[in-house]
Design a protein around this ligand. Sequence first.
Ligand code: KIV
Ligand code: ZN
Length: 387
Amino acid sequence: MTDTHVKIFDTTLRDGEQAPGFSMSAGQKLQMAKALEALNVDVMEAGFAAASPGDFEAVKTIATEVKESVVCSLSRCNEGDIRASGEAIKPAAQGRIHTFIATSPLHREFKLKMSKDEIVRRAVAGVELARNYTDDVEFSCEDAIRTERDYLKRVVEAAIKAGATTINIPDTVGYTTPQEIQDLFEFLVTDIEGGDGVIFSAHCHDDLGLAVANSLAAVRGGARQVECALNGIGERAGNCALEEVAMALRTRADFFGLSTQIKTQGLYGASKLLATITGNPVPRNKAIIGKNAFAHESGIHQHGVLANRETYEIMKPEDVGVSTDNLVLGKHSGRAALKDRAQKLGFDLGENQLQTVFVSFKALADEKKEVFDADIEAIILGEAVGE
Ligand code: KIV
Ligand code: ZN
């Protein structure tokens, strides 16, 4: 493991699955877990073992079946939750317990009704208990972003002393900004006592549409684990999208100087599987894995892409598992794209024929949203018969 490696901690099966409309059966969770393992995620959060007997079994099954990724279970800082997680991850080749407690003033006063000292005691006890089950213990300060910095430092230092090996800083309500979170991570990485060898992790929600930008800024500040979910699913507006953060780090390696171990060619397939399983289609214009992410319809763009893909593509579609035949023929398309498609369909159109086919194609494109290969074939053959 190098200092330039950013761990991808996938929480599709926990934070993602707990969002309304995204729940999965145990069998579906296992199918997704296999897809996440094939993507080569460093860690997958398989669920919240204490949430229900079904969740416990799902985590245990995933822990039994998955060999290449660390399998993790979430627990509040209480004995029952931690013991449930500990038992559920027992069969794992590599198992992690993730335990959390809220630290912000709002959560302390209105949710937990606990004092600062009590929360520190609970955090320490939780981490110590978790260490009885595994050496790989992650501790999160829920709503860390809205926590006073000196208190956050105190809780984090206590958790590390108790044995936490990963410290996660959640932006639970998606409130932070890139500059603010980068500054916070810079502070944590340099000022936390006992922090050497500990991985600092970002967990950003997307309430302001900033989850990916904030996660990347956290990484710039020294985070070496990003918590994220496929298709960006998660509580409310969702989590940082796995496919976006992985491709941003890959595409702009020149800027970040960092890498992940994600096999990006599997992203499109895994995203589609999740959409099918949960019944939630991916928006057409979604970055990286949306249907339009590599599609070009306007004549100017098609002309450019046919000459050199890099004119309008910053990533290769095949690098995320998308087929390369992505010129959509419609009313905005030009002659170059039509000629190219005709050639792929086996028709070498001369200038005059291209012109007549183009006129018919434009007339049809005005009536239909998308012109398919069969339409083009019919136009070309119709013109030939008519000659
Ligand atoms: O958003 C959050 O704070 C969480 C924690 C449980 C890590 O999901
Ligand atoms: Zn979350």
